[in-house]
Design a binder for this molecule. Sequence first.
Ligand code: HEC
Ligand code: HEC
Length: 439
Amino acid sequence: MKRFLLLAMIGFVAFGCSKDRLTDPLDIELDDLLGRLSPTGSADYYILPESDDFGSIIAGVNNPITAEKVELGKLFFYETALAGDAMHESSRYTYSCATCHLPEAGFMPGRKQGIADGGMGMGNDRGMNEDYDESELDTQAGRALSLLNVSYVTNTTWTGKFGANHTNADTENIWDVFEDTHINYTGLDGIEAQLIEGQVLHRMKVDEYVLDELGYRALYDAAFPDYPVEERYGAETTAFALAAYIRTLLSNKAPFQEWLKGERGALTDMQKEGALLFYGKAGCVRCHKGPSMSANEYHAIGVKDMYDSHGFNTSVDDLRNFGRGGFTGKEEDLYKFKVPTIYNMKDSPFYFHGSSKHTLWGVVEYFNDAIPENERVDRNISPLFHPLNLTTIEIQQLVAFLADGLRDPDLDRYVPDAVLSGNCFPNNDPISREIMGCE
Ligand code: HEC
Ligand code: HEC
């Protein structure tokens, strides 16, 4: 009996703590590679914080993350009752932030281009409300970016034009060239600055109806007690609450994250091989960095624009096709776009800013061949965009890692059960209502 106990104890010491004990050669190799690449010397560097660990999530200037702000932001992000400034009556109160950043589509639109005001229907089937002309739709020239791990983004949008600091620290002299970037003079970081502007752009408003009839005023009072009453229910606090909430959107339950935290069986061997390629031979980590696998850097990889995908309200000579250069006006920034996160890419098959690729296989092949597909991109292609000589099996492994190793399967935890209006959400137009069973 004693002997059995002793054996059981040895067993516990040996296998009880799965984190430190690596026996599989693939696990050892990956842990070792990540440790060598990480600035801390440990693979733990790549672990994303828990969504309620507000002290570890990156906050914006003047906007510490609190539970009260997150609560208000979590409702507002889906609240179709904010859509009070729609262009036509028939679209009023029918859309929300989540119309273009759908949780089940990895916080992307689930179609090539997001359409909020003037759209009807869900995801890829969303079309135009017949009361609208194309020019009246709320659409942008790039696919909506994923909001997963957005707390790592210092300067927002594909061109990084929002935010006073970091990559925009030396762009102060051009903030008043464009009406929207004027907001950077507030000194705020990208997310907070963009969301002040975003309320106008997306035709949303917080008025007496929202505050008093729906009952949001009490949530503002709880979240912003230090604000004088005359500033407490304005565009800034609304932006700050939304920002606090989206900063908690972290793909921290993806299998790769579980693997990093010690659950070595969370990734299949195929996905582990793919991770080794991502951080090794394929060199993806040279641009997709850190826990978020994104970067506040701009690179030209020559992909097509939304114009080529026949998106609404854009054209061949749209300034936004010039990427970072369209904002800074600098020749050396032309055609460069921000490095986005690549978690949950499987959830919305429209890749790159112009939605030019529809499979992850196609994306990996594109990087493998390294032939720019957009003939208008005639300079500045990144030297890191070069042929990779991956074999078919290696492409398969890399795709397996991207598709499922980097897919958080439970994004539903970020969605509220209901919003205070009781409206259907994320969309509230007749077609969406019917699809979602809100009638
Ligand atoms: C009409 C569709 C649409 C709606 C509605 C919308 N967005 Fe977006 N969002 C986009 C697009 C498109 C981009 C990329 C814009 C660009 O690069 O110019 C984007 C980018 C962002 C970014 C920057 C992400 C990054 O990595 O740079 C944030 C943050 C964001 N949206 C949050 C929100 C919030 C919060 C709301 C609600 C207030 C909202 N969005 C409503 C389409 C939309
Ligand atoms: C030179 C830097 C660089 C390298 C190296 C790189 N990427 Fe990217 N990646 C980017 C940029 C920049 C974008 C956005 C480009 C655009 O849309 O204009 C992007 C976009 C993506 C996207 C689509 C994201 C979205 O929101 O649509 C995926 C997936 C992706 N990369 C995966 C990879 C993989 C896998 C590798 C390695 C084979 C890799 N990347 C190597 C810079 C890089």
